[in-house]
Write a protein that binds this ligand. Structure first.
Ligand SMILES: NC(=O)c1ccc[n+]([C@@H]2O[C@H](COP(=O)([O-])OP(=O)(O)OC[C@H]3O[C@@H](n4cnc5c(N)ncnc54)[C@H](O)[C@@H]3O)[C@@H](O)[C@H]2O)c1
Ligand SMILES: [Zn+2]
Length: 411
């Protein structure tokens, strides 16, 4: 939810490079205002159980007395394992009918990348929103994985130039990372996230019970972001992850809940306090381990999940940090051991593929730079819990780190 903190202040100013005394070359009014965003991220269980007030109270947060129009889009992957969810949402709306006006039954949408690769789905959702007269004070709710949240987020940000959007993330990755951020988007022309906006949601409601049904592989993949953010921001959290790796490896709910909450909190802090919430600069500090991960995802045609590729990228850049003299030797083994303990395999044959110009993986550096624009900026580690930015990556050192990964998995 955005608030305009200061009214727009128009100041008349004249700039001129002409010598003093000459008439100004142009006349300009400088527009300047700041917009403040605030949104809650809740952690709860059984969000749509009528006794749970989190959802209805979230709708009422700005206008407590109103009856709020809502439209809900649900990931069909979630519906496969929870077919009663739409009925539960309808029953919830009915139980809280004084404040919730569900304008249509929950609408199923394709889960995973399918919803992002075809603009048809974006248009379909926009049409439904307009048909059901969802306006700028109404709500569009997305229940699903990061992909569905990205697509619905774009729909909500652009229809009527922005309607209120509530995210209900249903994967570990979406609950601890993507869902608590400020970005949305879909793919275009075969390129990931090419069309999208930076738009903070109205609220994020993490229902930890929703991830119970997630396939093990997805649960493991989501933990890579926790290891990543611990490494660059919070050494104590890294130690906590090491100590609780046994419980996390079997997805014990109490450990998962702590992991998700802390990871989400660290991501949120970076966005709020990192000084660049809408990524106008060249650095993306939270993308430690990601330059190679993005390339690996593409090279394996998404056979590797994002988190699986990130785990490999984390280990690779940990080794690189050590051989570059930034990180204490031995730390890279500690990091790799934790990732393996959590269930990651730190190898993929795509790491070794050679093209005309050497390792294909290295093209990931160029892609990374092009996506952000400006100077190449890669986050490495100077200690466990603290990242450091560098502007150059040496190909030989990357090759050495790949050989190190190979030796580990062959041992
Ligand atoms: N906006 C951001 O800042 C940001 C950040 C990182 C990643 N992303 C995006 O997130 C997407 C990946 O998201 P993801 O990892 O959450 O997975 P996903 O959305 O791709 O979902 C993976 C699969 O799990 C299914 N699923 C979702 N929840 C389930 C549940 N509770 N039970 C059973 N099945 C379930 C989905 O239907 C899908 O088939 C990518 O498109 C990526 O680009 C966005
Ligand atoms: Zn990531």
């Amino acid at each position: 939810m955005a608030h305009t903190r200061a009214a727009a202040t128009g100041r008349a100013k004249a700039y001129s490079e002409a010598p003093a005394g000459d008439p100004p070359a142009s006349d300009v009014i400088l527009q300047s205002f700041a917009v403040e965003y605030e949104f809650p991220v809740h952690f709860t269980r059984e969000l749509f159980s009528p006794a749970n007030r989190v959802f209805v109270d979230t709708l009422r947060r700005r206008e407590p007395e109103r009856r709020h129009r809502c439209m809900v889009f649900v990931d069909d992957g979630v519906l496969n394992v929870r077919p009663r969810l739409p009925a539960e949402i309808e029953a919830y709306a009915e139980a809280h009918g004084r404040h919730i006006d569900l304008v249509a039954p929950p609408v199923a949408m394709p889960g995973g990348e399918r919803v992002k690769i075809d603009l048809h789905f974006v248009e379909d959702m926009q049409r439904r929103i307009i048909e059901r007269r969802i306006d700028r004070h109404s709500f569009v709710v997305a229940v699903g994985g990061g992909a569905l949240l990205d697509a619905v987020g774009l729909v909500a940000a652009t229809t009527h130039r922005g309607v209120r959007h509530i995210r209900v993330p249903t994967t570990v990755l979406a609950q601890n990372d993507s869902g608590v951020g400020v970005k949305n988007g879909v793919n275009f022309g075969g390129q990931k996230n090419m069309v999208g906006t930076f738009t903070p949601p109205f609220a994020v409601l993490n229902d930890l019970a929703l991830i119970d049904t997630l396939p093990d592989r997805e649960k493991i993949a989501g933990m890579a972001e926790a290891v990543k953010v611990a490494l660059i921001r919070d050494g104590d959290f890294f130690v906590w992850l090491e100590r609780n790796a046994d419980d996390l490896a079997i997805f014990r709910p109490e450990a998962m809940a702590v992991m998700i909450r802390r990871c989400a909190e660290l991501h949120m802090r970076q966005i709020a306090q990192g000084g660049d919430p809408f990524e106008a600069g060249s650095a993306r500090p939270l993308d430690y381990g990601h330059w190679s991960a993005h390339k690996l995802e593409g090279m394996t045609r998404h056979h590797l999940r994002h988190g699986e590729a990130v785990a490999i990228g984390i280990a690779l850049d940990a080794r690189y940090s050590v051989t570059a003299g930034l990180l204490e030797p031995g730390s890279e083994d500690r990091i790799a051991v934790l990732l393996e303990h959590l269930g990651f395999r730190l190898w993929h044959s795509a790491l070794e593929i050679e093209g005309e110009g050497g390792l294909v993986l290295l093209e990931g550096l160029r892609d990374f730079q092009e996506h952000l624009g400006g100077e190449l900026t890669v986050t490495l580690l100077e200690m466990i819990g603290r990242g450091v930015e560098v502007h150059e990556i040496e190909a030989e050192r990357v090759a050495e780190a790949i050989a190190w990964l190979w030796q580990r998995q062959a041992a």
